[in-house]
Design a protein around this ligand. Structure first.
Ligand SMILES: [Zn+2]
Length: 577
């Protein structure tokens, strides 16, 4: 069984990932609008428009294919984790009923089910790539036509027209599917649906296979607040899979399981689990259903259920993304960005306040590959800094290549210095990507105080680079060892040969995954937390004695890194200056 909130949070990272691609597409369209010659006869406009549409289509396809490549890796681990999670729960019920389920790893039929589910979910995303390339190109065509009409009819001047069209485009986002009814789905909705549907259906197939194996007939459906009315009819109730039970109704015909509209269908957050008469108690008794609808969250004096609160949180996140798109679009056409900058920070303040008041965490913080989620923010703040530096304040470091050929040691020393210099100047992290000679291979990325932004360009580069060819180097202002996010990058991208960190006190850290294990972000986090807890008392004592947080954490983080490197067979070392 998968809990509704578990299913609800599945797509968050993928939404962030595709949102980055969406912004890039908006920038691409906006730039093409500014280079287009609108002062041409109508026939020529038709001709040029088709040419430009073809070029854009290819670009979008390329961009989204790269994004989908990353998405597929994330999806595979989401599906595997969800499969393990759902069976963990169901199997504990079977054991209570005196049955002995075989482990997932040694069950070939279930492995096949899992593989089929991964394949099917991947194809949902490949579909998304194709339909988005079509609909986004159509949006571009509409934009060109609208501006052409407005200018030639004299309704608006060139600048006002471009501004209006880009604003509108950024506000709506990139269309991913257009139905024959005329209804349009935008990026977030489509990514959420494809993720939830793909993962939940695969989990359900595994559960069915398990129920068959156990010869188990009865199931109970989960329930959640805010379910659509048709699903409220059957949530939290018991059904018979065979349909032959005298007391309980038929599972498939009652819930629509297996259809798009039914249980585990499009966007459905419901799931089910085995039920044994005389052993199980119905999980959703009256009190629990009431608890689900309890208004336990308060925001600005307004009481909300958990569901209402997460919906509000989503709304805030959408506003932030929307204004970031507008910022990117306006910047691409060289128009004022003041409004979007002030909206972004206003909504970010709202988000902070909302999290503080409700205690709800921003989900992406504790999920799979947070750097992807942060990359957009990193990019925007980098460009904000960039425009600030033009007016003389703020700073962005240059993107010049450092170093000389065939002088690797000296080049790495220079790179270390560059990262530290930037860090000391700004207090932020600075990430460099180097080849074996210490030469920079992609532009420098800057991050915030505690994390590093990895932008789309870097991701694209790492996805296409050969294995073991890139060295990742960045600074840690507090001179601590690798964070779980750092380690995840080293594990996730096989192109990364070694990860290096330099502390502002000159301490150097080295991590090589090599032939060692490459666990998922969740596993890394889990091991990291475990190692941290194991040594907590020791370092807490040191901290009480010294009162020095930074020095204590430096040693503590080093010991954590040593422990997990040993466990996963990595090469980790540090050099103290
Ligand atoms: Zn449902």
């Amino acid at each position: 069984m998968l809990r509704p909130t578990y299913i609800d949070n599945l797509p968050n990272n993928l939404v962030d990932l595709y949102s980055q691609a969406e912004t890039d597409i908006i920038i691409d369209i906006a730039r093409r609008l500014t280079t287009y010659d609108f002062f041409i006869p109508s026939a020529e406009h038709q001709f040029r428009k088709l040419q430009d549409m073809g070029l854009l289509y290819d670009e979008i396809l390329k961009k989204l294919t790269a994004t989908t490549g990353i998405a597929k890796e994330q999806l595979e681990s989401l599906i595997k984790e969800a499969g393990a999670e759902t069976l963990k729960h169901d199997d504990s019920i079977y054991r209570k009923a005196g049955k002995t389920p075989t482990p997932l790893d040694s069950n070939p039929a279930m492995q096949l089910t899992l593989a089929a589910g991964i394949k099917k979910t991947n194809s949902l995303f490949e579909n998304l790539t194709r339909t988005t390339a079509n609909t986004a190109t159509k949006q571009f065509e509409n934009a060109l036509d609208r501006i052409y009409m407005q200018i030639t009819s004299g309704a608006f001047d060139y600048n006002s027209s471009i501004r209006m069209v880009v604003k509108d485009l950024a506000s709506k986002g990139v269309a991913t599917v257009q139905y024959s009814s005329g209804h349009i789905d935008y990026m977030e909705v489509a990514v959420r649906r494809a993720t939830v549907t793909g993962v939940n259906q695969t989990a359900a197939k595994l559960q069915e296979a398990r129920a068959d194996e156990m010869g188990s007939d009865l199931v109970e459906t989960t329930a959640h607040a805010g379910a659509r009315p048709e699903h409220q009819l059957w949530q939290g109730k018991i059904f018979s899979r065979s349909g032959k039970h005298p007391k309980y109704p038929d599972f498939v015909s009652s819930t629509g399981y297996g259809t798009g509209e039914g249980l585990c269908g499009w966007n459905c957050r419901h799931n089910f689990f085995p039920y044994f008469e005389g052993i199980s108690e119905p999980a959703y008794n009256k009190a629990e259903l009431e608890e689900m609808n309890a208004k336990n969250y308060t925001y600005n004096g307004q009481a909300m259920t958990e569901y209402e609160a997460t919906q509000r949180q989503r709304h805030i996140e959408r506003q932030i993304r929307k204004w970031k798109r507008e910022y990117a679009g306006m910047e691409a056409v060289g128009m004022p960005t003041d409004e979007s900058i002030s909206k972004i920070s206003a909504w970010q303040r709202t988000q902070k306040d909302f999290i503080k008041q409700t205690g709800l965490k921003r989900q992406t913080e504790r999920e799979q590959i947070p750097e992807f989620g942060k990359s957009q923010a990193g990019k925007v703040s980098a460009s904000i800094k960039n425009s600030a530096s033009k007016s003389g304040k703020g700073s962005i470091i240059d993107n010049n290549k450092v170093g000389l050929k065939d002088n690797a040691d000296q080049n790495f020393e220079k790179a270390f210095n560059k990262a530290v210099d930037h860090g000391k100047k700004t207090g932020n992290e600075c990430l460099l990507w180097l080849d074996a000679n210490g030469m920079e291979v992609v532009k420098v990325a800057t991050g915030n105080k505690d994390s590093v932004a990895i932008n789309q360009e870097t991701i694209d580069y790492l996805m296409s680079a050969k294995e073991n060819t890139v060295i990742s180097l960045h600074n840690h202002p507090k001179s601590s060892a690798f964070s779980p996010e750092d380690i995840n990058i080293a594990c996730h991208f096989k192109a990364v040969k070694e990860m290096r960190v330099i502390g502002h006190d000159g301490t150097k850290y080295y991590l090589e995954i090599g032939e060692g294990d490459r666990p998922s972000m969740n596993e890394i986090r889990k091991e990291y937390e475990e190692a941290k807890n194991k040594t907590h008392d020791k370092y807490y004592k040191i901290f009480i004695e010294t009162g020095d947080t930074a020095a204590t954490w430096k040693e503590h983080s080093n010991e954590i890194n040593e422990a997990i490197a040993k466990k996963f067979k990595w090469n980790y070392r540090r050099e103290i200056e």
